[in-house]
Write a protein that binds this ligand. Structure first.
Ligand SMILES: C[S@@+](CC[C@H](N)C(=O)[O-])C[C@H]1O[C@@H](n2cnc3c(N)ncnc32)[C@H](O)[C@@H]1O
Length: 324
C-alpha cells in the first residue's frame, strides 16, 4: 500500500496509465475546452494580455495539461491579423502529441523556462495527484491505498502537510492535502516573466471544504469510484485559495478570483437569440447562431461549468484591468 499521490501517479501517469490512452480526456468527460466558444473567450483573453504587455514581438499562450490540444487548436484558429504572426502556442502535456495537430503548436512535457504572455490551465490542477489524510486523536495520518482502492491508516504526515492542513483545511476528519497542487501552480507562475496565469477548475474555499472530500474517478462519461487501477481518471477538487497563495508566494503581484460565468461576461462573450426570419433567409447562419447560444449557456451554467473558479494572477499586468 502507498499514499494516494503515489498510487494515483502510477495508475494515471505511469507507463500504460490512463493518461496515455489515445482517446484522451475527451473520450471520457467533457470540459470547457470541448465547447468551441471557450477558445473564442481565451483568444479574447490573449488579445487583452497582449495589449497589456504592449504587444511584444512574441506573445506566448502556454496551455498546461493541454489534453489533446483542443483548446490551443481553437485559439490558434480564432486569432487573426498581425497578432497571429506573433503568437507562440505551447501545449504542456504528459501524453504524446496527437497526430493531427497544427504544426505551429509546440508540444512539450514541461512549461517553457520564461513566458511572456498567457499561461492557461483548464482542469489541470484537479488532475495533479494528491495525498489524503485522516485526522484522528489530534494526529494527522496518511491514507494508504492498494490497487483495488482499499484504504487503511498509514504513516504520520510530514510537517509540511500538517502545516498545510492546519492553515487550509482546519476542520473535518478527512483532508485532501493540496500541497502538490500548490507546488505545481507555483512552478507555472514562476515560469511567467510577464503576463497572466489563469487556472480554471472546480474547487472550494477554506470556509467550505467538503467534509468527506471529493476524490473520485471518471470513465466513459460516468463518475465511478476512485480506484488507482489505471482503468479510470482520478480527480479531486482544488483548494483554490491555497493555490492562489502559492502563486503569490511564487511571484504573482495581483490576483483575481471569479466564477467562469463572471469571467466570460467580463470578456464580453454574448450570444443573442437569432431572429426566426433568419432561418429561411440563411439556414446555416441561423443554426450557427443557435449553436453559439447553446455553447454559451453550457459554459455559463451556474450548476455546471459556469461555477468553475477562474484564478487569474498577473506579473507586470493587472488581472483586474484585463478582466475588468
Ligand atoms: C482533465 S484533463 C484536461 C485537459 C484539457 N485541459 C481540457 O480542459 O480538456 C487534464 C490533463 O492534464 C494532463 N496533465 C496532468 N498533469 C500534468 C503535468 N504535470 N504536466 C502536463 N500535463 C499534465 C493530463 O495528462 C490530462 O491530459
Amino acid at each position: 500500500m502507498t499514499g494516494w499521490a503515489a498510487a494515483w501517479q502510477r495508475a494515471v501517469y505511469g507507463p500504460g496509465g490512463w493518461a496515455h490512452r489515445p482517446e484522451g480526456p475527451a473520450g471520457h468527460f467533457r470540459t470547457s475546452a470541448h465547447v468551441p466558444l471557450f477558445a473564442t473567450a481565451i483568444a479574447e483573453l490573449l488579445r487583452r494580455v497582449d495589449l497589456a504587455l504592449g504587444s511584444p514581438d512574441e506573445v506566448a499562450i502556454v496551455d498546461i495539461g493541454a489534453g489533446r490540444g483542443e483548446l490551443l487548436s481553437g485559439v490558434v484558429a480564432a486569432i487573426d491579423g498581425e497578432l497571429s504572426a506573433r503568437v507562440r502556442a505551447v501545449a504542456v502535456e504528459r501524453a504524446a502529441r496527437p497526430d493531427r495537430l497544427a504544426p505551429q503548436i509546440e508540444w512539450v512535457a514541461e512549461p517553457p523556462r520564461s513566458v511572456v504572455g498567457l499561461v492557461i490551465a483548464n482542469e489541470w490542477l484537479d488532475d495533479v495527484p494528491l495525498d489524503v489524510a485522516l485526522r484522528h486523536g489530534g494526529a494527522l495520518r496518511q491514507v494508504a491505498v492498494d490497487g483495488d482502492g482499499h484504504e487503511e491508516p498509514g504513516d504520520r504526515c510530514a510537517e509540511a502537510e500538517i502545516a498545510w492542513a492546519e492553515r487550509w483545511w482546519p476542520a473535518g476528519d478527512r483532508v485532501e492535502l493540496g500541497v502538490s497542487r500548490d507546488e505545481a501552480w507555483a512552478v507555472a507562475v514562476a515560469r511567467l516573466e510577464r503576463g497572466l496565469a489563469v487556472a480554471v477548475d472546480y474547487g472550494h474555499l477554506r470556509e467550505a471544504r467538503p467534509p468527506a472530500g471529493t476524490l473520485t474517478g471518471f470513465r466513459d462519461g460516468r463518475e465511478v469510484t476512485a480506484v488507482p487501477d489505471g482503468q479510470r481518471n482520478l480527480t479531486a477538487h482544488v483548494a483554490i485559495d491555497a493555490v492562489a497563495a502559492a502563486g503569490e508566494a511564487a511571484g504573482a503581484q495581483a490576483s483575481l478570483l471569479l466564477s467562469q460565468r463572471e469571467a466570460l461576461d467580463r470578456l464580453g462573450l454574448t450570444a443573442e437569440r437569432p431572429d426566426r426570419a433568419l432561418a429561411s433567409r440563411d439556414p446555416a447562419g441561423y443554426l450557427g447562431a443557435l449553436q453559439r447560444r447553446g455553447s454559451l449557456a453550457e459554459l455559463r451554467d451556474p450548476l455546471g461549468l459556469g461555477r468553475f473558479f477562474w484564478l487569474a494572477q498577473g506579473i507586470g499586468v493587472d488581472p483586474v484591468d484585463i478582466l475588468g
